[in-house]
Design a protein around this ligand. Structure first.
Ligand SMILES: [Zn+2]
Length: 164
């Protein structure tokens, strides 16, 4: 299995101060050397968490990860508008660069705080169970189509058995 993206996990709180979810996250990331595994929802494997998901706020173009060359002090990976980089300021005037580690931390923290909150997960489970237990009403058009098909098949079966 390949690594899809690497996340920075900076200050690890002590086990006594961490919530259970933070402890699980910390243990998992320690075991994988900071790598997360799995295929992203869009099916395209990427080394970076937000590639293919993030868009430029100015032109709507995709964001790509770049590192600046040796003239700059840092070779830190940055998200930047691909249209600005490749097609110039006439297409996109957004030359802002977002440090990838900051973006990853913000997105993962938001997912952990909002999406993986026990109340949200519990509500989703209850909704799913209710949906599965509720009898589903049949679509009248679909039911009529199936009845017609069944009558046709019955007729064909009678004709077939009559010839035998
Ligand atoms: Zn742009």
């Amino acid at each position: 299995m390949e690594a899809l993206y690497r996340v920075a996990y900076g200050d690890e709180s002590t086990p006594d101060q961490a919530t259970p979810l933070e402890r699980q996250r910390s243990v998992y990331l320690r075991g994988t050397s900071g790598r997360l595994w799995g295929r992203p929802a869009n099916g395209v494997e990427s080394r970076w968490l937000l590639t293919g998901f993030s868009r430029c706020g100015w032109c709507g173009g995709m964001m790509e990860v770049r590192t600046l060359d040796a003239r700059y002090c840092s070779r830190e990976p940055l998200y930047q508008c691909a249209s600005y980089v490749r097609r110039g300021t006439t297409v996109s005037a957004n030359r802002l660069a977002l440090p990838a580690a900051l973006a990853h931390d913000a997105v993962l923290d938001a997912i952990e705080a909002d999406l993986l909150h026990p109340d949200v997960v519990s509500h989703a489970i209850h909704q799913t169970v209710e949906d599965l237990q509720r009898p589903h009403a049949a679509d009248p058009a679909q039911t009529a189509g199936l009845k017609d098909e069944l009558e046709t098949l019955d007729g064909q079966m009678r004709n077939l058995t009559a010839t035998l």
